[in-house]
Design a protein around this ligand. Sequence first.
Ligand code: SF4
Length: 374
Amino acid sequence: MAGIYIHIPFCMQKCGYCDFYSLVGLSDKSEFVSALCAEISLRKDELVSPSVNTVYFGGGTPSVLKIADFECIILALKETYDLSNLQEFTIEVNPDDINLAYLLELKKLGFNRLSMGIQSFNDRILSFMNRRHSTQEAVKAVEMAQIAGFDNISIDLIYGIPDMSQAEWKNSIDSAIALQVQHISAYHLTIEPGTAFYKKLKLNIIHEVEDKKSIAQYNVLIDKLTRAGFDDYEISNFSLPGYQSKHNSSYWNFKNYVGLGPSAHSFIGHTRRWNVADLKKYMHQIKKEEIFYEEEILSETDIYNETIMLGLRTKNGVRLSDIESMNKEIVRFFNERMRNNILFKKIYILDGRLKVYKDKKILTDQIISDFFVV
Ligand code: SF4
């Protein structure tokens, strides 16, 4: 079983924090849809089995596409893959793009999970981040999705935002819970080079949030969501029972996935591939049937590092037997780091798995880097 990720590289405006590959506007949309359908067909033999159990439309902003665009893409998917065992069919939507008719059409197309980029329930913060929607539109969008019959809705939130107070953050979490969604993804803001926030940071217009404040925001997130019945199954992902993201879980469990569209990543066997992050080049190279990606074969060290990085971020942790089968040098290094971190009560072993203590989760990135072989 495998997954498919489809990257839609268009946005109506660029959010201040975003470093995902996307272009503002829709000027090459039709040509892109044709190139994407061609890529789907070109790559039909990559998976050992054509059976796919998750499909995820991300971006960019998939909800800027018309229903007819999805019909073309889904037809190409059906002609290439066996979707009869499809368990999860997700689309990322922005609140300002959707209305009830559009949502009903998405449902008809077979989408059974919506991931909504809300980020905050505070108009001042939304405007600071250069989001297009208001709090009221976000609430209305979730309610419309529920009326349209979506019963698996995820909301994205961001914390660690400059000048966001603890009260504003608590209010965003409470608003998300009140909407009775099944899944919440909450990411700490990272200010990446190339973003509008990065420029502001360099000009001293904004400042990164102090660690103390970030920790307090993470703690209140865990506390409120746990009380509301959400399981913190991954450091940034929280779900009601039975609503873990199957697609994202397959990334964390090293399942194969094919990434389609400019900048999309794929992982098949031990090979990681990333498509060119340039729409014009992508379309041109697909048309000419030229190579439109780069790839690398992961070494054992890469696989070790990824096993640690992905595993320690999840509640299931790292399966010790996965490490024990690696080469002696890696195992020796791992055991030494494990002893140290257990001594400092950061991690523990349960049922053959290495996990991070709940009260040390905020230190997960630090713990992971301590285990890294460079
Ligand atoms: S956060 Fe989403 S909507 Fe905003 S620019 Fe990035 S991809 Fe586009």
